[in-house]
Every structure is written in structure tokens, then in C-alpha cells.
Design a binder for this molecule. Sequence first.
Ligand code: FAD
Length: 415
Amino acid sequence: MKNVIVIVGAGPAGLMSAIAAAQNYPAAEVVVCEQLSRPGAKLLATGGGKCNLTNILPPDELAKAFGRQWRFMLPALQLMPPQQLREWLMLRGIATVVSDGFHVFPESESARDVLEALLAECHRLKVNIRCQTVVSKILIEHNQICGVIANNEKLSASRVIIATGGRSYPSLGATGSGYLLATQAGHQIIKTFPALSGLQTQEKWPCSCAGIAVENAAITIDIPKYRREIWRGELLFTHHGISGPPIINASRQVSALLEKYPLIPLKINLIADYDLERWLKIFDKWQRDHGVRMVKNLLAEMFPARLAEQLSFISGNENYIAARFPAAARRKLAMHLTALPLNIKSAEPWDKAMITRGGVALKSVDAVTLESRIVPGLHFAGEVLDLDGPCGGYNLQWAFSSGYLAGNLSNNLPT
Ligand SMILES: Cc1cc2nc3c(=O)[nH]c(=O)nc-3n(C[C@H](O)[C@H](O)[C@H](O)COP(=O)(O)OP(=O)(O)OC[C@H]3O[C@@H](n4cnc5c(N)ncnc54)[C@H](O)[C@@H]3O)c2cc1C
């Protein structure tokens, strides 16, 4: 009887698993079940459609950015490190570039080109991609995987790879159904949170600055144990709070902390290189050179006017001129500029979070094969596992590398 390998999910992890499985086991039939009407819906949305597919870090540094479970990722990342992913794509007609010295994009800046290359390879290897096919159950007999229920019909298989992604952006297929499938096999699911998202503040004033960006901010979580980590970059004010790359990266920590505390205090230095003393010197200079001008108008030469006004208002100095700017008020404004306090009440919800924190617990998955330690023949790849990285090509690299490793199927299927 023909060996059938079923892959659940046609995202980057699922498509790469399918390619590796079809290459390694040419005699087997590789079937990818995708619930949406088209494969790779989320991949198309990555990097604003430009697809930041990886970065230039070596495997161990890339893995460390995922946090304390990073060692689990090494076998997959060593099998297909960033450089090899780029070469793999190059051989399939997709040149990649590192225009800022770190992030890797396809030269065409088109996520569609990356998806097309994966689909062309699937086609060449005769992978059967079945869209609008929902896998609702995995079938296990004598503690061995034996198939799935897809669109209410039994599909027998000697191997099943779950590559269903997480819960973020349900409109792009992330329904969390992979967790139910894993639970059926006895796997534990680590509690999931929306991560890589904007943050909603308790303070209302940021919404009046919605759309304003501050180029070079530095953000810390104002809780003693967490103060050492600093996220830098462009801060964006939104209708509900704050966003932008440093906030999106900080949200991985903040989402988890919100489980413990109702509010998470942040401190924001609005110009990362300026400290309190530097601001006090600037105020002295304003007093000397521009004594009759309003402080808020002088501030508006350094920040967008709406933000300058808000900062002046919350520091209580909106009526001062530079010559009559009392020492206590100066200090207060300098404090707000270097350690602006904002309290986070929630992360943006699942439909705005780029990834999922939490997922299938790693302790019951073999890092070397990505096979279940509970049910032989069941494998996992991509975001469904309890691993999440920051912005910057980390998560797609993990999807591709883990897919490639899972598609090896422990190297013990008959070929
Ligand atoms: C807007 C946005 C932008 C992003 N940009 C970047 C970026 O530039 N760089 C980066 O590294 N990462 C980025 N990410 C994160 C990255 O897209 C994901 O980490 C990655 O897609 C995960 O790949 P995956 O294959 O594990 O899951 P997914 O891409 O989510 O694919 C899973 C697939 O499984 C299907 N599926 C789920 N359940 C079932 C079921 N029961 N039956 C059948 N099919 C099922 C889904 O429909 C889906 O197509 C971004 C995410 C978002 C939302």
C-alpha cells in the first residue's frame, strides 16, 4: 500500500515540510490539507507584503532571540540556517537582499514570489495541495498515527505533520485548531497570548497623537526584574495606545506579564540618546536664547506639534515661557521626556497580533526530529509549537527550518 504523508496547513512551515517529505520519500504520496481557499495566505501578508523572510544571524544567535527554550530550535536551524534558506530560494529563482545590513527580503520585495517558488516546487514534486480541506481530528491506533479526518472523511496516513500556525490573524487561517489536534494526541498546550502587537494604554492622551511617530525612542518595562531590557526604534502613537517595532517586540513580554498584573508600567525615553541632564541644559539654552517664547512651542521644534502640546500639558507647563520656567517644572518635563510613564492595560487582540506566544509544549516533542514523544508518526512544525521570536525575519526562518526538518520524518520511512 502507498505511504501517505499528510501535512495539516499550507503556510510556510507546511509547504516546506511537504517539499522535504516529497524529496526524501519519492514513493510516498504527500497531501497538504489547507482549510482556506488558497495556500500561504499569511505568508502573503508578511513584511507588509514584502516578506522579511529571515535575517543574517547565525543559528544560535537567531535561536537565542526566542528566549529560554532556544536550544530546542538548533537542530532545525542548523539543518536549514538563514544562508541556506537564501541559497535554496536562489536556486528556485528568488534572489534575496539585505538592504539594511540585517533583514533579508526577496529582491523583488514580493511575498507572492516566495509563495510561488514554494508552490512551484510542490508542483514539481507532485505534492497534492487540497484547499478548503479542514482537518478536524487526527486518528491514532495502537498508539501510532494512522490518519486524519479531513472534511469529515477519513484520510489514512503513516505520518502526519501539524503545521497549522497559531491563533493570530484568524482571517488568515489561524484558528488555533492545531492545538486541539495536538491535545487529542495527549500533548500539553502552553497558554497562548497575542504577541508582536501594539499595546493599549490606560492613559487616554496617546489617542490624540494617533499617527505620530517618534523616530528613536527607548522603551523599558518599569518593573525591577525587567528594567534591564531596552527596546529601541520608532514609536508610533495609535488610537488605543502605542505601537511601532520596539513596542511590538516588547509586547512578547508585556502580554505574558498582563496575566499576572492588571497594568504593566512602561517608561519611554522619547529621544534614546538624551538623558535628564541633557534636557536641563537645553532648557537653560532656551532661557538664554529664546526667553520670551513658550516652552511648548520650543518643544514643537523637536517633536510633532500635537505631541509637544500633550507633553507640555501632562507635565503641567503649557503656560510657561522659557525665561520663567521654574526648576521643578523643568525637572518634571525632563522626566516626562526621558521616562514618559504609560500603563499598559492590554495587548491588541488576536486579529492585530502578528504571532502567538505559547502553543504545543516542547517537552513532548523531540527537537532532533520534531516528532511527538507521545504518538510516533506525528510531527510538528512552525508557529504551532511553543516558540515565538521578535520582529525581523525570525518567525519565518523558524517556520521554514522546522518545516524542512519535520519533512525528514525522522529519516525512517521506507523510501
Ligand atoms: C501581518 C503579519 C506579518 C508578518 N510578517 C512577518 C515577517 O515579515 N517576517 C517574519 O518572520 N514573520 C512575520 N510574521 C509571522 C509569520 O507570518 C508566521 O510566524 C508564519 O506564517 C508561521 O508559519 P506557519 O506555517 O507555522 O503558520 P501559518 O502561516 O499560520 O500557516 C498555517 C496554515 O494552516 C492552515 N490551517 C490551520 N488549521 C488548519 C486545519 N485544521 N486544517 C487545515 N488547515 C489548517 C491555516 O489556514 C494556514 O494557512 C507575520 C505575521 C503576520 C500576521
